[in-house]
Ligand binder design. Structure first.
Ligand code: PMP
Length: 382
């Protein structure tokens, strides 16, 4: 991915379009600091008195705020612990380490295709990885395939699930399909491990958290990796947290200690700034409303872009491909193009997506949508 970004940087064509990285872009192509974040930073700068070390669990007010945001008011937060991490990637790695420390030899199941870093992170922690199906031949969510594959998961296995806005496909299970997966988890006893990186950018914050909360209701044990990179726009501030649910907070004491011990050997303590910003936003009604409105605005722009692209493709006689895109949600879409066609899109039209076909829907300025559609239609017709 970073090699494609480098190739893009060296591309001198003025019409070049970078849709590779998963970063929200506004209409001007920028990734501005959110107004709620800016305001929180101003307030923090005025009152911050010290940069003294925090504990190994990071900012505890942030951890509490994350628990209540992710798990809601249904009581699940009462039987959970959270530890601040170095963003979503840090949470994935810390939880992978926890699995290794508490249950060496565990197998973790990931989707096929998966977020590009899932397998490397899990394997780096020493875990065995297996895959379950995600899409059928028409590019729809494959409920049967997933249930069949996960039917082979054993009681001690862990299943990594993206809670919403699946990266790279943009295809999520329906509410009904999530129900079936949660039922399978509670019947078979494997542990769900939910990766939340795009909540708020699919159907809205609460709706995007529904699957995570469903699992929390149905299973005794669960892991959640939470990223604040996308929905707070805090990419470089590396903000996130690792959540573990068990029988009670009391029974999770040793889990929190294990997470702290793992953090100590990886990076010691997470950076404070992003966590302080998120806490300041979530603990203040005005800032929280402002943030929610901005997040909804980002989601609306993503939806508009996807709708625009499907309309243009339909107008160009590519209704079938447009239907595939219309079913997707969140920051990414998977263009129904082969790696060769993606290469052609790059060489002929200076449009950069990943070789597997993933594009960042948020990365398209509205006035460039027709040329993206024309490029896609042209390479499909070659
Ligand atoms: N999970 C998924 C599915 C992602 O797409 C990403 C970011 N691209 C992450 C986790 C990690 O994000 P970060 O470490 O930047 O918070």
């Amino acid at each position: 991915m970073w090699d494609l970004t480098e190739a893009y940087g060296a591309d001198a064509r003025p019409e070049r379009l970078n849709l590779v990285l998963g970063v929200y872009r506004d209409q001007t192509g920028g990734t501005p600091v959110m107004a709620a974040v800016r305001e929180a930073e101003i307030r923090l700068a005025e009152r911050s008195a010290s940069k003294e070390y925090r504990g190994l669990s990071g900012n505890t007010a942030f951890n509490r705020a994350m628990l209540s945001m992710v798990l809601g008011s249904g009581g699940a937060a009462e039987r959970a612990v959270a530890v601040q991490t170095v963003a979503g990637s840090g949470a994935l790695r810390l939880l992978a380490d926890l699995i290794c420390r508490t249950r060496p030899g565990t197998t973790v199941w990931i989707s096929d295709p998966a977020y590009v870093n899932h397998r490397p992170i899990l394997e780096a922690a020493g875990l065995t990885v297996r895959t379950y199906g995600w899409l059928d031949a028409e590019g729809r969510f494959d409920t049967e395939g997933m249930l069949r594959d996960l039917g082979r998961a054993r009681r001690d296995d862990v299943v990594l699930l993206q809670g919403c806005c699946h990266n790279p496909t943009g295809v999520d299970p329906t509410a009904q399909a999530w129900e079936a997966v949660a039922e399978l988890a509670s019947e078979h006893g494997w542990v769900p491990f939910v990766d939340l990186a795009y909540h708020g950018l699919g159907d809205g914050l609460e709706a995007d958290l529904a699957a995570t909360r469903l699992f929390a209701e149905r299973v005794p044990e669960m892991l959640v990796a939470v990223s604040c990179s996308k929905n707070f726009g805090l990419y470089s501030d590396r903000t996130g947290c690792a959540v573990v649910l068990g029988a009670s907070r009391q029974s999770l004491r040793h889990v929190e200690t294990a997470l702290q011990n793992a953090a100590r050997t990886l990076y010691s303590m997470p950076p404070e700034h992003g966590a302080a910003v998120v806490t300041a936003i979530l603990e203040d009604d005005g800032l929280r409303d402002l943030w929610r409105a901005e997040l909804d605005g980002m989601r609306a722009r993503i939806e508009d872009n996807r709708r625009g692209l499907t309309a243009e493709l339909t107008a160009l006689g590519r209704g079938e491909q447009a239907d595939v895109l219309a079913r997707q949600k969140g920051m990414f879409s998977m263009l129904p193009l082969t790696p060769r066609q993606m290469l052609r899109l790059r060489s002929r039209f200076a449009i950069y997506g990943t070789t597997a076909g993933r594009i960042n829907i948020a990365g398209i300025p509205a006035h460039r949508i027709p040329c993206l559609a024309q490029g896609v239609a042209a390479v499909l017709g070659e």
